[in-house]
Design a binder for this molecule. Sequence first.
Ligand code: PGA
Length: 251
Amino acid sequence: MSASISVTSRVAEAAADAVAEVLRAKPGAVIGFPTGATPLGLYEELAARDLDFSRVTAVALDEYLGTPPDDPRSFSAYLRRHVLGPLGIGRAILLDGTPDSDVVLATRCTAHENAIRAVGGVDLQVVGIGANGHLGFNEPGTPFSSRTRVAALAPETRWANAVAFAPDDVPAASLTQGLATIAKARTILLVATGDAKADAVAAAFDGPVDPSCPASLLQRHPDARAVLDPAAASGLSRRGRGLTDIVENHA
Ligand code: PGA
């Protein structure tokens, strides 16, 4: 291992180890993959390893409402580009963000839940965390009992995701797995890097288990792991450090 390896790639390696462990135990695992900047290193690392994802089913965590699957800004496109193609995954349960009536959108959300159930549930759900503590697009205040549904994006989330969109075009809502949907996954792996996530990580693992920090529900999950770099872990107390896996910044 080279001495110049970045913190982020050390995190990517540790997260890839966790994914590989699930795959080894169950070659036909159902794996939920998040989008965003954080997991890109993980996906590169997985693609570089000699792993067989051909029997895996990928599950989408969330999607913008307003970006159809063929829109390059959609999370469906992201998953095809960074996950399904590079890892050779043929089977995917995606969310369609094409705008439609409330009834059609609600049907799509129910179909997502049903499709997850039909494949036996999610074995491993990988998640990032928003700087406000969100999981998927479940913003602060979302009940832990929530299921896949249309959910408004918080202003700070719209701001964080604005870069891909024209200023007047940033999606205001999403389709997202609910917190109860996420919590049903047999294993949850949270990956977070950078000091912009430090407050959210501290609230998630040191704060009360409360919908004001959606990620705090991980404290109650029987098999939730968090892989963090030292910057993302910098707000944690000794207790929070005990609940997480901090990947140090030296080779
Ligand atoms: P990010 O998004 O990886 O782009 O920071 C994480 C999230 O908002 O859940």
